[in-house]
Write a new protein. Structure first.
Length: 711
């Protein structure tokens, strides 16, 4: 019971996770302890509501297994086994890390590789002091492709930037195509807006290979085969053309390459697309009719569309549709994939690429980290990777073809440092694990890829244990490196986290005092961004045909590109597999939060009843999902969500929680998308069979050495 004399305060912050909603948070602190986290009711988009995951944030912050002091490895690196570590003082850990990184860099700086992604989306804890450190060192650059580059670069080559509709205006739309997004689970606040539109008479259509929770609530569901979205988009164009559901004036004044696109689209009658997509022909025709005859038609496309070989082309094809019908004339018409291009953040000031000087290090694609770590080095690849610093990511769980990733990180000659909250699969294979702060314990500043407000995160509580912010860890590491390399004594390595927050928006028109007082500030943007064209492309138009893609040797027109792996291409593996995130997890984050884990149950694969019956598999059976890359043992779920010929491996569980020490990424491959060099997580074939071993009901207990005193 709370004492009447307790000191109670609230602190405004921001959700740091990889989600388009980027909610404004209010943390209640009682006598220095965060007791709950709520959505900020004053932030219109958040509206006082949080997802089930982030509403459990105090459970994560005060988790019994949280890493609370630096740990040094004392046992061998064995994939699938929990590492043996002992606590060490910060200065001892940092001094040794600095010495070892300096030694590797002295031989060749590019032998050092940073590996990070969106464990936090913050500008300060995600991409500031860390980049300065590695730029000064001359380390290999990381191509951060694992989530959104195929779709993002497709937008750049079509619209000129990652921008689109303002999300609040979907409430006025009359037709909303929710394409490749389980909005209820991964874009909750957009879903609330879509429900407002639905109550006002809008028709909602879900386009997704899985019968998601979102599909359940829409008026219609087009359950197409994975990787066939471009074929569907081209067939919609075909129908718009032959029925003259076009805005000829908008096309003439505000688009580039119409005649070439028209010729290509006319090659895609609905019958052809129906065969490719596995859809009824009439369903395609009706969708085209609805889209072509509804003036306020809007598309909310998400990144599920682009996780196959032709993902970039698919996004380009979909992005062309609003210009064909003039949907951009209305603020409630058009498309949104990402709004991140609207933010004026001063990334170069934060990251300081000038510290590289004349050096031009190689770039390693994070989606192919398994092959990169197993490469011995040669003239083409460059020097072998000998040191990796991992932060804001868990590559052993989340990167494709994870058996290779685990083997790479298990190299005894690879020096690995991991900044983490918990002993993840990657931390188990580290030489040092450094305790990082959670969002409740540090400063940061955030944009969004789903709305257009800037948010400030202020620390609500002091760091637990000996945790330090990412930026602080790299500041401290730079201070230790300065004794070995005087370049690291430069003033830029002493900027505080709050100073970095201010630097991110300096001279951009965003008022830092407003951020301090209310936690957020809205960007001043046009309500209908392309009503009069003015696309930020080289031509100023929506580019159906892209000269910049042509210069890269890529077809300048959008087209359908089949998956690398399709059912039937290998008789041994007749089923396509996709692996969208489980509803209670966010990639591999939140997997160890007990309440969310209990809600999720166990690692599973969803199957269509016919596919299961052919294999004599019943709901709840333990099954072996396998292909040439490996096998994953999990439970079968026959719940009506998978279409025939497709299985759904919900992820991303930690590998150590799998029945056989794997997760779904044991089965995915490292080949890349057509545009953007992204991963093809949903471009994968498998087969499934019953597995005789009994299902494991509990993961082995784990005792966190950082929670106990040093010996």
């Amino acid at each position: 019971m709370q004492s009447s004399n307790a000191a109670v305060r609230t602190v405004k912050g921001a959700c740091p996770h990889d989600c388009p909603d980027t909610c404004s948070l209010v943390t209640t602190v009682v006598d220095g302890v965060a007791t709950r986290v709520n959505g900020n009711p004053d932030h219109v988009f958040t509206g006082g509501v949080l997802c089930a995951k982030v509403s459990k944030y105090t459970e994560r912050t005060y988790h019994a297994e949280r890493v609370l002091q630096p740990l040094r490895r004392v046992g061998p690196k064995v994939p699938g086994e929990r590492g043996r570590f002992v606590p060490v003082p910060w200065d001892e850990a940092l001094a040794d890390i600095a010495q070892r990184l300096h030694r590797v860099a002295a031989s060749h700086p590019e032998s050092v590789l940073p590996y990070s992604y969106a464990g936090t989306m913050g500008m300060v804890q995600g991409e500031s002091m860390d980049r300065r450190f590695f730029h000064q060192l001359g380390a290999s650059l990381l191509d951060r492709t694992i989530c959104s580059t195929a779709g993002g670069e497709a937008l750049l080559h079509t619209y000129g930037a990652k921008i689109g509709m303002r999300v609040e205006h979907y409430a006025e739309s009359r037709l909303i195509l929710i394409w490749g997004s389980n909005s209820i689970g991964s874009n909750l606040h957009f879903w609330r807006i879509a429900q407002d539109a639905k109550r006002n008479g809008a028709r909602l259509v879900c386009i997704d290979p899985r019968k998601t929770e979102t599909a359940d609530k829409c008026h219609e569901h087009l359950q197409l085969l994975p990787g066939t979205d471009a074929a569907l988009a081209l067939a919609l164009m075909h129908e718009l053309i032959v029925n003259d559901w076009l805005d000829h004036d908008y096309i003439a004044r505000h688009t580039l390459g119409w005649e070439a696109l028209k010729e290509r689209a006319l090659q895609w009658p609905p019958r052809r697309a129906a065969e490719v997509c596995g859809l009824p022909e009439e369903q395609i025709r009706q969708l085209a009719r609805d889209y072509g005859t509804t003036p306020q038609a809007a598309i909310r496309v998400n990144y599920g569309v682009q996780r196959a070989r032709g993902g970039g082309n698919a996004v380009r094809a979909i992005a062309c549709l609003p210009a064909l019908v003039g949907a951009w004339r209305h603020r409630s018409g058009g498309l949104l994939l990402s709004s991140s291009g609207a933010y004026p953040f001063r990334r170069q000031a934060l990251q300081r690429p000038d510290l590289l000087g004349e050096r031009r290090p190689r770039t390693i694609n994070m989606s192919a980290i398994g092959d990169a770590l197993l490469h011995a080095g040669d003239a083409q690849f460059g020097p072998q990777v000998k040191a990796v610093v991992v932060y804001n990511s868990n590559p052993v769980a989340v990167a494709p073809e994870s058996a290779k990733v685990a083997r790479g990180f298990a190299r005894e000659d690879l020096f690995t440092v991991v900044l983490e909250h918990f002993m993840t699969d990657t931390a188990d294979l580290a030489d040092y694990v450094l305790p990082a702060t959670t969002q409740l314990e540090h400063w940061d500043i955030h944009g969004s890829y789903g709305h257009t407000d800037v948010l400030l995160n202020r620390p609500a509580i002091p760091p637990e244990g000996q945790a330090r912010s990412n930026a602080q860890i790299f500041r401290d590491l730079a201070a230790h490196m300065a004794a070995l390399d005087p370049r690291f004594s430069a003033p830029c390595f002493r900027d505080s986290d709050e100073e970095l927050c201010r630097a991110a928006i300096a001279d951009t028109g965003v008022d830092f005092d407003m951020l301090l007082s209310q936690g957020f500030a809205s960007l001043q943007l046009p309500e209908a961004p392309f009503a009069e064209g003015r696309f930020p492309t080289p031509s100023g138009k929506c580019e159906f045909i892209s000269a910049s893609l042509g210069k890269l040797g890529v077809d300048p027109l959008p087209d359908y590109i089949p998956n690398y792996e399709t059912p039937g291409s290998d008789a041994r593996y007749p089923l396509a597999m996709i692996s969208p995130p489980a509803r209670n997890f966010l990639n591999s984050t939140f997997v160890n939060v007990k309440s969310l884990r209990n809600n999720e149950g166990a690692p599973l694969v969803e199957m269509h009843p016919d596919d299961a019956a052919e294999r004599r598999i019943a709901d709840g059976d333990t099954v072996r999902v396998h292909n040439t890359r490996g096998e994953h043992v999990c439970q079968a779920r026959i719940n009506g969500r998978a279409r025939k010929g497709v299985v759904v491996g919900l992820g991303v569980w930690w590998r150590k929680d799998g029945e056989n020490g794997t997760n779904v990424n044991e089965l995915t491959h490292q080949r890349l998308t057509d545009i953007g060099r992204g991963p093809c997580f949903y471009d994968c074939v498998v087969d499934v069979e019953r597995h005789a071993a009994p299902a494991r009901t509990d993961a082995p207990a784990f005792i966190n050495p950082a929670s106990h005193p040093s010996p």
